[in-house]
Design a protein around this ligand. Structure first.
Ligand code: GLN
Length: 242
């Protein structure tokens, strides 16, 4: 068994080490004897090919970097949309999350999005920065608190979409909605930056399980790993902001 991850624009969208999420997915697969190939795709590359890709990862970046990648991403809008509609796994963080929507409106201009999700983002007053804790109902009771860090000027409005979680501490999609991120088919889109998956191994396994189920019809579940250290770190943060 193996999984192929396409890492979109690792050179431009890697704020706060979003790349750590790729390492986390790779390790958690390898520890279970499952292979993992990571292929980068940058603005220099041609030949965008998703047919044998299982997970696409799109990290976060500044408004400037978003504008650069947006031009390249829009050339592959149809392929990415088909990938998602056919159940491909897509993980998008912060700037990457915003680009999945219809648009990201800045003070003087608007960045066109991929229109994969029925969401839009508008720059608000000030930035929403800090630690964040979410409650994610799709995870089992003992593991449903997701911890992370957010830093964004954009406020995202998710219309009828299901959020990733309910905000327990912090801001999330906007300063008012009390919700964070979006879950759609096998898309997990979130403002939670940096090493999100190492801090939340259950969310990582959720993403990997979806990808493995899609690829291997007889796949049922991942063997458990010893996550005592990761869970202690997660609980420490949850308790700090209770
Ligand atoms: N540039 C976007 C914003 O500020 C996203 C930033 C990010 O990825 N941290 O809203």
């Amino acid at each position: 068994m193996d999984i192929k991850i396409m890492h979109l624009f690792p050179d431009l969208l890697n704020l706060y080490g979003d790349k750590g999420n790729i390492e986390c997915m790779r390790k958690r697969l390898n520890w279970r004897g499952i292979g993992c190939e990571v292929v980068p795709f940058t603005t220099e590359d041609s030949g965008f090919e998703l047919s044998d890709v299982d997970i696409v990862f799109l990290g976060g970046g500044s408004d400037r970097e978003q504008k650069i990648v947006c031009r390249s991403l829009l050339e592959h809008k149809a392929e990415l949309k088909d990938f998602v509609e056919n159940g491909g796994s897509l993980v998008a963080v912060c700037g990457g999350y915003q680009l999945l929507g219809k648009y990201y409106k800045l003070k003087d201009e608007t960045i066109e999005g991929l229109d994969i999700l029925d969401i839009y983002t508008e720059q608000g007053k000030g930035r929403l920065i800090g630690n964040i804790v979410l409650e994610a109902d799709f995870l089992k009771e003992s593991d449903k608190l997701i911890v992370g860090f957010e830093n964004h000027g954009g406020r995202t409005y998710i219309n009828g979409h299901k959020p990733l979680g309910k905000v327990i501490y912090g801001n999330g999609n906007s300063d008012k909605c009390g919700c964070e991120g979006v879950m759609y088919k096998n898309v997990v889109a979130t403002y939670l930056h940096g090493p999100l998956l190492p801090k939340n191994p259950v969310l990582c396994d959720y993403i990997l399980t979806n990808a493995l189920k899609k690829k291997y019809s007889d796949f049922t579940e991942l063997v458990p790993l010893d996550d005592r250290l990761e869970k202690t770190a997660n609980e420490y943060i949850v308790n700090r902001f209770k």
